[in-house]
Design a protein around this ligand. Structure first.
Ligand SMILES: Cc1ncc(COP(=O)(O)O)c(C=O)c1O
Length: 345
């Protein structure tokens, strides 16, 4: 089910809203969310807080804004945030931690998104020395985009949560795709969110809503978040139009993520039998497939794919990313495998 004959594997952000979302947007009851009387936004926030097992939630225009707000509250100028070296927040959010918070992001190595506890311990600074910024927060990503949609397990998150508590740190989870992680593990998202002090998740990725993300946390944290969102220009007026699609996303689009995961696996298995491609299909746990080209340049490969009506993304000098989502079906996967076999034969 592609659009205009194009099979778009670039990202799950390309998903179009469903008919039901468009209808809900048309019919949405709205108010002024800056004055906090848009009933549809308030309803979405309540649902989000409940699903993630937190006290409160705030609707924000983008995942980047949700993460930025969390960092702005959790850290402060001259302090430090521990995060994973390939994380979205460190690499792809315009340097927000240094530019808007004034804190030092300390990127740490990981095994597919999992920073060993010992590495966190070694990099923690209590502020005992004048010349070393004190650690204020830890941020992890689940699922992990760069690491091909890798899933962080609840046991690991629990340990990071305990460490954060022991040291008085804020533990933030960039859960842009937390529902993919939950569906892959067959557990409620709140089990993954429990050890974290704040979680950001996106409605506009695999859940297919047109716009929006949520920041969930304790009530006092979300009260502060309201001020930071305003300061960043993210307070919207009749935002219920957007929130209405988000409500449909949370009600209807979570369970179907399993389909994307099984198609991603199918794509990865198919790719693993094509010469010229390096991929371990076992590592594909959710909807993101990343592979390495052995001989062909990424730009040329993408150009050839495009000729067959297939879009993918270059992910570094020799890697390609293909993401499964609701606007791609089994035929799109077969078409992509046929095209890639032809290109690399
Ligand atoms: C893991 C992760 N976090 C955060 C974001 C930011 O979301 P947005 O594009 O809505 O700012 C993305 C976007 O792709 C992402 O993949």
């Amino acid at each position: 089910m592609n659009h205009g004959g194009i099979s778009d594997f670039r990202s799950d952000t390309v998903t179009r809203p469903t008919e039901e979302m468009r209808r809900a947007m048309y019919e949405a009851e709205v108010g002024d969310d800056v004055l906090r009387d848009d009933p549809t936004v308030l309803k979405l926030e309540e649902m989000a807080a409940e699903k993630l097992g937190k006290e409160a939630a705030l609707f924000v225009p983008s995942g980047t804004m949700g993460n930025t707000i969390a960092m702005k509250i959790a850290a402060e100028e001259g302090t430090e945030v521990l995060l994973e070296e390939k994380s979205h927040i460190y690499n792809f959010e315009s340097g927000n931690i240094s530019r808007l918070v004034g804190a030092l992001p300390r990127p740490l190595p990981s095994k597919r998104g999992v920073i060993p506890l010992q590495v966190l311990q070694q990099n923690y600074h209590a502020g005992e020395r004048l010349h070393i910024p004190s650690t204020k927060a830890i941020s992890l990503e689940n699922t992990h985009n760069y690491w091909g949609g890798a899933v962080l397990r609840p046991e690991y998150l629990q340990k990071v949560g305990e460490f954060s508590k022991e040291k008085g740190l804020h533990f933030h989870l960039d859960g842009a795709r937390i529902f993919n992680a939950a569906v892959a593990l067959g557990i409620p998202a709140r089990e993954l969110a429990r050890p974290a002090d704040s979680v950001m998740f996106c409605l506009s990725k695999g859940l297919s809503a047109p716009v929006g993300s949520l920041l969930v946390a304790r009530k006092e944290f979300i009260e502060k978040a309201l001020y930071v969102r305003k300061f960043l220009g993210g307070a919207m007026r009749q935002a219920g139009i957007l929130a209405a699609a988000g409500i449909v996303a949370l009600n209807k689009m979570v369970d179907r993520l399993a389909e994307d995961h099984s198609r991603a696996k199918k794509l990865a298995m198919g790719l693993s039998s094509i010469r010229g491609i390096e991929i371990n299909p076992e590592e594909v746990e959710t909807n993101i497939v990343i592979f390495r080209l052995r001989r062909m340049k990424v730009e040329n490969f993408l150009e050839e794919l495009k000729k067959d009506g297939i879009l993918a993304l270059g992910f570094g000098p020799s890697r390609v990313r293909m993401v499964l989502h609701k606007d791609l079906d089994d035929q799109d996967v077969e078409k992509a495998l046929r095209s890639i076999s032809r290109i690399l034969s």
